[in-house]
Write a protein that binds this ligand. Sequence first.
Ligand SMILES: [Zn+2]
Length: 72
Amino acid sequence: MKQRYESKELSDSKSSIVAAHTIDIVCDSCGFDVDEDDLNSDKCPDCGAPLELKQNITIEVAPLVIFVDTSG
Ligand SMILES: [Zn+2]
């Protein structure tokens, strides 16, 4: 299961910016992508091991706008 979070500035803090990121919840044993419905299961629906959840967090790099001065 992938959950995506948009980048945002925390309004209660002056300098904190949360980068856009994706949290992928997988089985720690086999890496199976665990659905929301299966989060409360005792066993992994794929490998049958006792379900240990692992979060893979992918930070997305914000798109950069680069201005190149080619006028010399
Ligand atoms: Zn598994």
